[in-house]
Design a binder for this molecule. Sequence first.
Ligand code: B12
Ligand code: SF4
Ligand code: SF4
Length: 368
Amino acid sequence: MTVEERIKTYAKEIGVDLIGITTAEPFEEAYRRLIKLERKGYLSPWAEKNLQKRCQPQMLMEDAQSLIAVGISYLQAEAHIDGKFRGKLARFAQLKDYHLVLKEKMKKLVSFIRKEYPEAKAEIFVDTGPLIDREIAHRAGLGFFGKNSALINPEYGSFISLGEILLNIYLKPDSPLKIGCGECDLCLQACPQQAIKSPGEILSTECLAHYTQEKGLLSDSVSKSLGTRLWGCDTCQDICPYNRQAITGSGLFEPHSLGFMPDLEQIVNLSNSQFRDLVEDTVMGWRGKTTLQRNALIILGNLKDPDSLPILKTALQDQRPVIRGTAAWALGQIAGPETINILQEVKNFEKDPRVLQVIRTVLTKKSN
Ligand code: B12
Ligand code: SF4
Ligand code: SF4
């Protein structure tokens, strides 16, 4: 067995579903694509701003020679959960934080590599690093770029989390796959925000996955578009034929304690210590409690069920303007004179101009 074969065999033994190797040469085509997308204003505010750093691994390790790309499938059976007020989590949010799982597996891989190359330098990246995970995975042969911009593996589909190891040793590179979406354009049609502007080009700040993580009050139209999404959006992946026939992986990711479809009342009432215990080891932890609770209130508005009035009334008394404003918006979605009376009353003592604006808009709409 060659050293590359030994590394790949070991990776499979520890549960890594996909592994491939590429060089640490600059990603020149990706750089040109990023410049074009930056000019169009499509890039995410949360990704590394220095586009050269994103595409030149040697800016991160001067003598870098190779990149090992890994992918772990998070496709699992989704159990249906009964209960009135439930929110939908995108698949990556249904399980414990993938960053931790991938990093642990890649650390094991680095230890394995160091048995062969004791002096090897290695840097591990998952998601939050400057490099473009999908580009590395693509060049290392893990999959192709879908028109929804996801990295799709022909067997595992696109519900795979990606990470990479940057190394200063030479490993024989793999080749990219030579397949694509063909004539299909189901994801472009399915996107509720029309955020997929053309194949592979996402206006990231219009994507619902972005909005579920964006802080602050959300607009009326975005709030409605969120539907029952509590965190993330899988619409352009759920519709993809490659995911319908995808195989599941080694099942490394464990579900977290909030369940597949969290109880919205529980989310709205989370104390700080409950948030720490239940949410911080998930991908929903990084934006803090308020953003998650705001999303839960939006869903209650979209569900339009008068039984949620007590939850919304309590939220109107919250100290945080984002929570009060979103509760007011949600109340506005529920028909009936009671909601108007509640909002008329709070209007008299509300001091925050943004919350007052929401209340006035709701009351104006209701009186027309
Ligand atoms: C910022 C970010 C976001 C932003 C912007 C996403 C975007 N598409 O621009 C927001 C918050 C919206 C987001 C959403 C999601 N994200 Co995100 N995100 C990132 C992050 C941190 C940077 C991505 C980035 O730079 N985007 C800019 C664009 C231009 O680059 P790109 O999306 O990577 O696409 C490149 C290639 O795929 C290629 N390309 C894409 N399509 C095509 C088509 C053709 C024809 C060609 C030639 C090339 C090509 O060009 C791009 C630039 O080189 C990466 C982690 C990382 N460090 O890379 C995760 C990452 C891309 N996200 C991931 C996931 C899982 C998601 C969500 C599915 C989460 C969810 N369920 O809500 C959604 C999917 C939305 C979507 N359709 O892309 C995974 C993707 C895994 C996979 N199998 O593809 C990543 C890799 C995290 C990880 N390590 O696992 N994300
Ligand atoms: S994740 Fe949702 S909102 Fe974002 S591009 Fe895909 S379908 Fe559109
Ligand atoms: S839905 Fe169709 S066009 Fe979109 S990524 Fe999947 S195969 Fe490609």
